[in-house]
Design a protein around this ligand. Structure first.
Ligand SMILES: Cc1cc2nc3c(=O)[nH]c(=O)nc-3n(C[C@H](O)[C@H](O)[C@H](O)COP(=O)(O)OP(=O)(O)OC[C@H]3O[C@@H](n4cnc5c(N)ncnc54)[C@H](O)[C@@H]3O)c2cc1C
Length: 289
């Protein structure tokens, strides 16, 4: 696939991502807006604290949709599974697709289900968040998959094409799979266990002996997406201008920490893009333009 280059890539279709995309458009930056959906805006029962808006989450989601249409903003549907530093800025991968951009705004929100013990510690040593990236590493092996949404079922089937057995811990829905080597487990995952690498998954009533554990969720921990990114617990560490420790990479919204609020997310989306533009200007100066 052709790898077109952008000045700015915004990852995340929620309110932080939309504010960032609108700002990039108004600053006339060449924008790529990537996301898996439009975020949590529609979850709110009633929104009382977002300026100039009263109504429920569905009405807010509708207003955001109207705005996208009016401004001609198009979200490219993609689940980004890796962000890598490159000579020109960043390379982004989403399954088999790749994109490149000089700057990136990470607006991927937070996962309500949180992480379990051992999940972060074993990242890259048996824990993975990306079936397409890492599935082939488990050819002929036994693995566990933890997921809280049926929309990831195809990825479980994909993993079953490599692994000898896939133990699927489905949280909050009935797993219904085609592949015979997928075994549904009704239990609560408590901890990933192992020494140098993963050797099992501890559940509340039993323990699975496996070589790897895949967590399929809406928002993977940021350090799983971007190598070398500094975090503070579950959040990306940012300065007041939404800059991360990686030059050219900014973060906005719930992913930078509490309060989890629309106004904070939107404000940071805007700030992150102004900071990205300032960074682009420094690159232009260096290049003598
Ligand atoms: C039930 C509920 C009620 C709420 N009520 C209020 C309220 O009344 N007032 C208020 O101010 N706030 C409220 N909030 C909080 C508010 O919803 C959040 O603060 C806000 O939506 C955060 O926006 P965000 O863009 O940072 O993240 P999100 O809305 O979570 O959007 C992030 C998006 O990024 C996508 N994404 C994640 N990883 C990737 C990836 N690797 N590749 C591509 N896309 C990815 C996700 O799928 C998601 O679509 C409420 C939240 C909930 C859950």
């Amino acid at each position: 696939m052709m790898n077109e280059s952008y000045q700015i890539a915004v990852i995340g279709g929620g309110i932080a991502g939309q504010a960032a995309a609108l700002t990039a458009k108004s600053l006339r930056l060449k924008l790529l807006w990537l996301g898996e959906g439009y975020g949590k805006a529609d979850s709110a029962e009633y929104v009382r604290n977002y300026p100039a808006f009263t109504g429920n989450g569905a009405a807010l989601a509708e207003a955001l949709e109207k705005q996208r249409a009016a401004e001609g903003l198009v979200l490219t549907f993609a689940r980004v599974d890796g962000v890598y530093k490159s000579a020109d800025g960043f390379l982004l991968t989403a399954g088999k697709r790749t994109f490149s951009a000089q700057t990136v705004v990470l607006a991927t929100g937070v996962e309500a289900s949180g992480v379990i013990a051992g999940e972060r510690e074993f990242l890259g040593r048996g824990v993975s968040y990306c079936a397409v990236c890492d599935g082939a590493l488990y050819r002929g092996k036994e693995i566990a998959v933890v997921l809280g949404n049926a929309k990831f079922s195809d990825e479980v089937e994909y993993l079953a094409g490599f692994a000898s057995t896939v133990y699927c811990v489905c949280r909050g829905f009935e797993g219904n799979f085609r592949a015979k080597n997928i075994k549904t487990v009704k239990d609560t995952p408590l901890a990933v266990i192992g020494e140098q690498r993963v050797s099992g998954l501890k559940l509340s009533q039993s323990e699975l002996t496996v070589d790897g554990v895949f967590f399929l969720k809406n928002s993977a921990p940021p350090e799983a997406l971007v190598g070398g990114l500094e975090t503070d617990g579950a959040f990306v560490r940012v300065t007041r201008d939404c800059a991360t420790n990686l030059k050219g990479l900014f973060a906005a919204g719930d992913i930078t920490g509490t309060p989890y609020q629309f106004a904070k997310a939107a404000g940071e989306g805007l700030v992150a893009v102004y900071s990205a533009r300032a960074y682009l200007n420094t690159l232009d100066k260096k290049n003598g333009e």
